[in-house]
Design a binder for this molecule. Structure first.
Ligand code: SF4
Length: 269
């Protein structure tokens, strides 16, 4: 089977049978009709393009299937975050992730999503200093607040990668890697990812031509992610976030090693 994952609108489901798909849907009450059991095998998750869906429209999804992940896109965090309450009733049957655009005030949506036990993904472009400050607060929350029970990406995967000293790629974590993902527009046009809008994916280089990346200590995990779309973007702020994650992972590794030295036994993570 083709290993790519295609993000498709729901009306194109019949054209992508035998492919792994993320299905975008505006309407969930009829989900059992448009996605029969036979089409569910290759389904990665259902994606809602906005939290602004009528609560009654969630009933069909609440009653459908088991453990079908739902990803809710929040493009306007300040306006949309109170709507997240409507989705809490789905958690009994389905895992929920909220993909939140990193825009001013987005931390409110992150806090509520975390309080509701939803996983979070930060949809981040090239954050300015104001947004870096807000991201720092979210990172602090992820690293130090004991009540956080679900991952906040991309921080979570980077932290685990640093802790385990295993390779990872921000392009993969953010589901933007051209070797693994495709985005199919409502008209059926194939692109790599909305991150590449307006550029030619075929000419993509990881660092978007920036020489900064080759000298960057975080290049192995970042892979030039923050040099898109503007290759001249100043990475000072995102590098501080990378360094904070690495330091926290290093600290935990040290604590665990000390504990093992005192108590003996296997490494817990
Ligand atoms: S942090 Fe910036 S300079 Fe470093 S690898 Fe990522 S995009 Fe390149």
């Amino acid at each position: 089977m083709n290993s790519l994952i295609y993000n498709i609108p729901v009306h194109l489901v019949p054209h992508y049978r035998d492919r792994r798909v993320v299905v975008r849907a505006l309407e969930l009450n009829n989900i059992a009709e448009v996605l029969p059991d036979s089409d569910r095998e290759n389904l990665q998750f259902i994606q809602l393009p906005s939290a602004g869906i009528e609560p009654a429209n969630l009933n069909g999804f609440a009653d459908w299937g088991e453990d079908v992940p739902l990803d809710i896109l929040i493009n306007d965090p300040v306006q949309e975050f109170p709507l997240l309450y409507h989705f809490s009733k789905l958690l009994d049957k389905h895992p929920i992730r909220v993909s939140i655009a990193v825009k001013p005030g987005f931390i409110k949506a992150v806090k509520l999503a975390a309080a509701l036990n939803f996983a979070v993904k930060l949809v981040v472009g090239q954050p300015d200093d104001v947004l870096i400050e807000e991201m720092s607060q979210v990172l602090d929350m992820y690293l130090h607040r004991s009540g956080i029970s679900q991952p906040i990406e991309y921080f979570h995967s980077l932290f685990l990668s640093s802790y385990r000293q295993e390779p990872t790629s921000l392009w993969m974590i953010q589901e933007d890697d051209p070797d693994h993902f495709r985005f199919i527009s409502d008209e059926g046009e194939e692109t790599v990812s909305p991150r590449f809008a307006g550029s030619d994916p075929a000419s993509r280089t990881p660092s978007n031509g920036s020489s900064d990346c080759s000298a960057c200590e975080f290049e192995t995990r970042c892979g030039g992610y923050f040099k898109w779309p503007d290759a001249d973007y100043n990475c000072r702020g995102v590098k501080i976030l990378f360094a904070t994650i690495e330091a926290a992972a290093e600290e935990l590794r040290g604590d665990v090693a000390s504990m093992i030295a005192v108590q003996g036994g296997p490494q817990p993570l």
